[in-house]
Write a protein that binds this ligand. Structure first.
Ligand code: SF4
Ligand code: SF4
Length: 642
């Protein structure tokens, strides 16, 4: 098919993809009234999911089976307090003669409303009721759910259109060389990163916060949403990391991370100066405090990081809601980094153990920033390789990277030492298009990508879904249901390390044979897995979005009362809980997930270019991984919008 015909087909298909979901709205239906016995119990509602049609009347008969709960329905301006024995208070508002808004509560036995908006709307508890209170939610689905149908239809259209577009040969499959030398463009930034004190100064504020958080987590309020450690680490930091730092700056968090810094300073016996050794000691011009050992070669991969990440997420909901658990994790990491730094040279914790570091590495491949040699030819000529072994102006790379050959972001912690140590001024930071490093190089990296994607799925189901049994099973320290917890763990592990990787490897083998079987399945798997990096980044952003849009008010509260001790330093301790346009969340999540699919497929296709030269073989290799990505994306669309 000619390029013009392909373009026309894509445009026509788009019209169909939009028209079909819209036409479903025209199907006739009779309005109904639904009378529902509605119970609230830690940490969910029964029924957790209410499905009605637009125009139906819903009458809830609420009661709480344990403590007082709230009921706040997104998009419907409906708020109630649910007490025991069928008693509830419904909020109502009125405006007085001077235009001032007032509100009060009506004692009621029923909550009635007209389902007059289509889509999915979350109802949530807004009366702090226990550890998992922020995750106590349910769903109202008003059919026909046009936003969801539209998203599903567009995901299909996008996948088919992109495969067609690839076949037109219009996609540039060479890695883009367009990049901007940031240090050249912003001389002030160059002066800053060249300063010896740069890293110390950017870590310092984080270090202060870190110790404040540990103190607050140990001695402050045990209620998660009243404790600054939980709010700042698991809501603000996590969302910032996923939505801004990682996609834009790659591993820039590692530059400012306060956890390994004390260990590094101890090992170097200095905070910012360089201690240069004229005669190298086992390849480096530095002697560190302690044993100066090198990390065992057979552990020089990210399998341990994958395993530790899985251990951590097994207790994810506990970590996110119990300040003391967060403090324990911080202190264990701090002790580990200190211990390791006096045994091994360099950032071995960051490279091989940090549970966060694993996905920071793989996801940073897609980021819009890279640190590279300005001219690799200059590196070839320069025998001393100061960036790697150290120079008088900078420490040898603590991450063991040689900039002259660095072609991916994975294992560069952006510490900026090489920018200082390079006597040729040949290292810089560049801005580049999203998704520029396209080569996974080993199965541990592939597994990391797959695990991250499935963990996003598990977290979405556990934390954002309406299934209280799953929340209770994960919440073992409170529910004490050991058997349910083990069943939950078994489910999580089977999905993340057996089922999805199994399906993925099968898809890669099928892709390999569809592509003609001339290339190895591992090589195909390395490229196909790349598709799930942009998809993963965007589904994590979609997951983090409600955490911030719903819970941002807690940020103001804890800033005024950081230890949860009843202070009101800024006068915002009682900042009202008011989600920020929560009814828009499913639509934004839909757009994010579809954006991830677009970047995943386009960058994935380019990733195949250095492996399979024939265009039609390359497209055949893409078909099955693309369908798998489409299926995964639709799982997320169902959870977020359906
Ligand atoms: S790898 Fe982990 S501990 Fe090391 S700097 Fe990055 S986030 Fe911090
Ligand atoms: S390559 Fe340069 S910036 Fe990256 S970790 Fe090594 S020394 Fe630091």
């Amino acid at each position: 098919m000619s390029r013009k015909k392909i373009l026309l087909t894509i445009i026509l298909a788009f019209a169909v993809a939009v028209a079909v979901p819209l036409s479903l709205r025209l199907l006739p239906h009779e309005s109904d009234t639904h009378v529902i016995d509605f119970t609230a119990k830690k940490y969910g509602y029964e029924p957790g999911r209410i499905v009605v049609k637009k125009g139906d009347t819903v009458i809830l008969r609420p009661t709480s089976l344990d403590v007082t709960h709230g009921f706040l329905l997104d998009g419907y301006d409906l708020e109630a307090i649910i007490k025991q024995q069928g008693l509830a208070y419904l909020k109502y508002t009125w405006t007085d003669d001077e235009g001032k808004l007032h509100s009060d509560w009506d004692k009621v036995r029923e909550i009635e409303f007209l389902a007059d908006k289509r889509g999915k709307f979350t109802f949530r508890c807004n009366q702090t009721c226990g550890n998992l209170h922020p995750f106590m939610t349910g769903e109202l689905v008003v059919q026909t759910n046009t936003p969801y149908h539209l998203a599903v239809s567009l995901s299909l259209w996008l996948t088919i259109s992109l495969l067609l577009w690839f076949s037109s040969g219009s996609v540039s499959h060479r890695p883009r060389s367009r990049r901007i030398n940031l240090l050249e463009a912003v001389p002030l930034l160059k002066r800053a990163v060249k300063a010896r004190s740069f890293q110390f100064l950017v870590i310092l504020p984080n270090l202060v916060f870190f110790y404040l958080f540990v103190l607050s987590a140990l001695w402050g309020s045990p209620v998660g949403n009243r404790n600054i450690a939980i709010i700042f680490v698991w809501i603000l930091w996590w969302a910032l990391l996923k939505t801004v730092l990682l996609p834009l700056g790659g591993r820039v968090w590692c530059l400012i991370c306060p956890l390994p810094a004390p260990g590094e300073w101890v090992a170097r016996k200095t905070i910012s100066a360089v201690r240069y050794l004229e005669k190298p000691l086992r390849g480096m011009h530095h002697r560190f405090l302690g044993l100066n050992k090198d990390w065992p070669t057979n552990l020089g991969n990210i399998w341990l990081q994958n395993a530790l990440f899985l251990v951590l997420i097994s207790f994810g909901i506990i970590l996110l809601t119990r300040p003391v658990a967060t403090a324990i994790v911080f202190l264990v990491i701090l002790a580990l980094t200190l211990g390791l730094s006096i045994v091994y040279r360099g950032r071995v914790f960051c490279l091989y153990l940090c549970p966060v570091g694993g996905f920071l590495g793989t996801y940073s491949m897609a980021s819009c920033t890279e640190l590279r040699a300005v001219d690799p030819e200059v590196c070839k000529e320069h025998k001393e390789k100061c960036c790697l072994v150290g120079g008088e102006d900078g420490w040898g790379c603590p991450w063991g990277q040689y900039v002259g050959k660095m072609d991916r972001n994975n294992y560069c912690g952006l510490c900026t030492e090489c920018i200082k140590s390079c006597p040729k001024d040949n290292v810089s930071i560049f801005l580049r298009p999203f998704g520029s490093d396209r080569k996974l190089k080993s199965l541990d990296e592939v597994f990391n990508v797959l695990i991250m994607l499935m963990v996003a799925l598990v977290f979405t189901i556990t934390m954002l879904g309406p299934w209280s049994e799953i929340k209770q099973a994960a919440n073992v320290t409170e529910s004490r249901q050991l058997m349910s917890f083990f069943a939950y763990l078994a489910g999580v592990m089977s999905l993340t390390v057996v089922l999805f990787p199994g399906i993925f490897l099968l898809a890669s083998k099928t892709a390999q044979s569809l592509a003609g079987g001339k290339v190895g399945w591992r090589e195909v798997a390395y490229r196909a897995a790349y598709i799930f990096i942009p998809v993963g980044i965007f589904v994590w952003i979609a997951f983090s979005l409600p955490q911030v849009m719903i819970n941002y008010s807690y940020i103001f509260s804890v800033l005024s009362d950081p230890l949860g001790l009843g202070w009101d330093l800024l006068g915002t301790a009682d900042y009202p809980f008011k989600p920020f346009y929560p009814e828009t969340i499913p639509a934004i999540q839909g757009v994010l997930v579809l954006t991830g699919l677009f970047f995943g497929l386009t960058r994935g296709f380019s990733s195949f270019s250095d492996l399979i030269s024939g265009r039609s073989e390359r497209i055949r290799a893409m078909i099955v991984p693309s369908l798998l990505a489409l299926a995964v994306v639709n799982l997320f669309l169902k959870l977020y919008m359906g």
